[in-house]
Write a protein that binds this ligand. Sequence first.
Ligand SMILES: *Cc1c(COP(=O)(O)O)cnc(C)c1O
Length: 395
Amino acid sequence: MQFANRIKQLKPYLFVGISRTIAAKRAQGIDVISFGIGDPDIPTPGHVLEALKSAADRPANHRYPESEGLFEFRKAVTDWYKRRFGVTLDPVTQAINLIGAKEGIGHAALCFLDPGDLALVPDPAYPVYGVGTMFAGGDVYPLPLNEENGFLPDLDSIPAGVARRAKVLWINYPNNPTGAVAPLSFFEKVVEFAKANEIAVLHDACYTEVTYDGYHASSFLQASGALEVGMEFHSLSKTFNMTGWRMGCAVGNADMVNALMRVKSNLDSGAPQAIQEMAIEALETPDSWIRQNNAIYQRRRDRVIAALRRLGLSPNEPHAGLYIWVRVPRGYTSASFAQTLLEERDIVVTPGSGYGEHGEGFIRLSLTIPDERLELGLKRLEGWKIPAPKVTAAG
Ligand SMILES: *Cc1c(COP(=O)(O)O)cnc(C)c1O
């Protein structure tokens, strides 16, 4: 049997290795505390679950859904965009349902990239932008996200030849893994760059509602001209603790949405309608619920930041997202520090290098860990003296 190159080229999904290490430790009876994957620990809100229960009884929901999703779902999404961002969208042509944002993000590459085409992809980044590119036969041109630039890509530093060749630009704010946010002025710049170079902009906006300190994230579609060049991905997963239900959407430029609909209608038959009905209910959740949910993460953020500072580290305090992105102590790599935390403190974090070459030198801690586990984890760090790094071959 011979497998395709795309299978051979795949690195194991970032969290597979981590899950294996945790399982091995737990098999030895060690209580490992994981700050690894970002997967909300708090249950889906009760009113949303009730919507699923009644939707499950309706026979109309027992049959094939449409790939693009229920009109009512798309209308709920565009109504939410109007309320939340002041952006007017047509539910019929400018919105589509996704089986989780990840599904749409992965498939989007098939709409824009032929073999050998170039995609501009941030580094570090959520791995699916690059993997989707590879599946489509495209090549990734990495855009480094550095602390000096506030973890925004420096569009001016992209060589003119590369910009002209590129077909798509991926961006993601609020950002995973760095926790950075982008001002609307950055999105305006992206629109100009995209127009000048005829590039499709794909914005992953999964964390716009997970924000702290009163910060209000913008949609890319608020930038003037964005609808001419871009499409935005949203997810119900993080905002409403719905990772298990697989619900997302893409909205924006009608031709781009239509292309994604055509790809999807040839590959999947849409998401279960009963779950779309849940999502409609979720999108009508009062702001007060979202604020109270975010307050839980904000408190955890403050606890983790304080504990890391006591260790002598200098974490960025994120105004959004579910992650703390922190530089490892001098002499360590992402992997060696993550390994040391696991060996010495039985704590799991994600090595930044798993998100790309420019993630090297950082680790990521997720805030989606129940309060009592988080406190137990932070207790293990209390008074810990970080050992001198082992000398590596590189010195
Ligand atoms: C969690 C996450 C997603 C995936 O969202 P789903 O709707 O659960 O597929 C997409 N992008 C980023 C940056 C994420 O962190």
